[in-house]
Design a protein around this ligand. Structure first.
Ligand code: ARG
Length: 308
C-alpha cells in the first residue's frame, strides 16, 4: 500500500457522528455514601479537591476537542449524580431533543431523575419514562448506546429486559439486548464502547455466553478487552470525539491497536471517580444521538435478544 492509499484509508474511517454534545454534573457533593456496586466502599472517600480538578480537566479536554459540554448542578443529597451518563437517554428526533429519563434500579439514586427532568425540560428537551419511582421497568442510560443503526442495550444488573420493549416501541428503533452477567461490569458502558461505524471496545467477560457471542458478531472489528483490562483500567468507559478516544487509562496493547486504526488516545485521570465505580463515560452523557442518522427508524420498533 502506498503512503497515499494509507492516508486515504485513515481518512475514510467512518467516524461516529454523535459524541459532540455532552451533559455533565459538576462534582460539588461527590461522596461514597452507600455501596451499590462492588467498587464502592463508604470507608474509602474521594478527595473532593482532586475529584473537582480531574473533572475540570475532563471538561476542558472535551471542549478542547470541539465538543459542547453543558453542566448541571449536583444535588447535595445525590452523591452519585456526578455519573451523568445515568440521568437519561438523550436523542435528537425530527420533533426536537428528547430524553428518556432513567428509572434507577436503586432507590438511593432515584431523586437524581427529578432534577434531571426539570433541567432537561428547561433546556428545551421533551422527556418520557419507561418506569419511575419504583414502578415499571428499570432503565439506566449507561446501558444504552447507538451502534450501526441500532440501540445496543445491556440488561441484567441495572436495566430490566422489559425496558427494551418500551424503548423499541416508544422510540421506533431496533433494540439489540445483551445480558450482562458480571457484577463488576454492571453497566454496558463498562464493557462496550463504540469507536466508529465498524469498531468498538468489547469485554466479552461481562456477558453470558450467548450475549458475548452475539455482541462480538455485531461488531465487524472488535477490540477485545480482557476482564482484567476492563476492571482495572476502566478503559472501556471511554468517550470518542471524532477520531480521539478520551480514556481513563489505556493498556499499551489497546493503545497500539487504537493508534494503528488511526485514533488518537488522550488519557485523563479520573481515579477519584473510580471509588464510586465510574469513569470517563459515566461522567459524561452524550445527547446528540440522532434518530434517522445514528439510529435507523423502525416505526413499530423491534427487539432482538440472543438465544436464551
Ligand atoms: N455509583 C454509581 C452507580 O453504581 C456509578 C455509576 C457508573 N455509571 C456508569 N455509567 N457506568 O450507579
Amino acid at each position: 500500500m502506498t503512503a497515499m492509499t494509507t492516508a486515504m484509508t485513515m481518512a475514510t474511517t467512518q467516524e461516529l457522528a454523535w459524541g459532540r454534545h455532552y451533559v455533565m454534573v459538576e462534582p460539588t457533593h461527590f461522596r461514597v455514601d452507600y455501596a451499590i456496586n462492588p467498587f464502592m466502599d463508604p470507608s474509602v472517600q474521594p478527595d473532593p479537591a482532586r475529584a473537582l480538578d480531574q473533572w475540570h480537566t475532563l471538561v476542558a479536554t472535551l471542549r478542547g476537542l470541539g465538543a459542547r459540554v453543558d453542566v448541571l448542578e449536583q444535588r447535595p443529597d445525590a452523591p452519585d449524580m456526578v455519573y451523568a451518563m445515568n440521568l437519561g437517554l438523550g436523542l435528537v428526533r425530527p420533533s426536537g431533543s428528547h430524553v428518556v429519563l432513567s428509572h434507577m434500579r436503586y432507590p438511593q439514586r432515584r431523586m437524581e431523575t427529578g432534577t434531571a427532568a426539570a433541567w432537561f425540560a428547561d433546556h428545551g428537551h421533551t422527556t418520557s419514562y419507561v418506569g419511575r419511582d419504583g414502578v415499571g421497568a428499570h432503565l439506566e442510560a449507561g446501558d444504552a448506546f447507538a451502534f450501526r443503526g441500532d440501540l445496543v442495550v445491556g440488561y441484567g444488573p441495572r436495566t430490566e429486559k422489559l425496558a427494551l420493549k418500551h424503548l423499541a416501541t416508544d422510540l421506533g428503533v431496533r433494540v439489540r439486548g445483551f445480558r450482562i452477567a458480571h457484577p463488576g461490569m454492571y453497566h454496558l458502558d463498562l464493557a462496550f464502547c463504540p469507536l466508529d461505524e465498524r469498531r468498538a471496545l468489547v469485554c466479552p467477560d461481562a456477558f453470558d455466553g450467548p450475549s458475548a457471542a452475539a455482541l462480538l458478531d455485531l461488531v465487524p472489528e472488535p477490540l477485545v478487552l480482557s476482564e482484567a483490562e476492563a476492571l482495572t483500567t476502566f478503559c472501556a468507559n471511554s468517550v470518542v470525539v471524532g477520531s480521539t478516544v478520551v480514556m481513563p487509562g489505556c493498556p499499551d496493547r489497546v493503545r497500539a491497536r487504537l493508534e494503528h486504526w488511526g485514533f488518537e488516545v488522550v488519557v485523563v485521570d479520573t481515579s477519584e471517580f473510580h471509588l464510586g465505580g465510574g469513569s470517563v463515560r459515566c461522567l459524561t452523557n452524550p445527547i446528540d444521538i440522532t434518530l434517522g442518522r445514528d439510529l435507523d427508524v423502525r416505526p413499530f420498533g423491534e427487539v432482538v435478544l440472543p438465544p436464551a
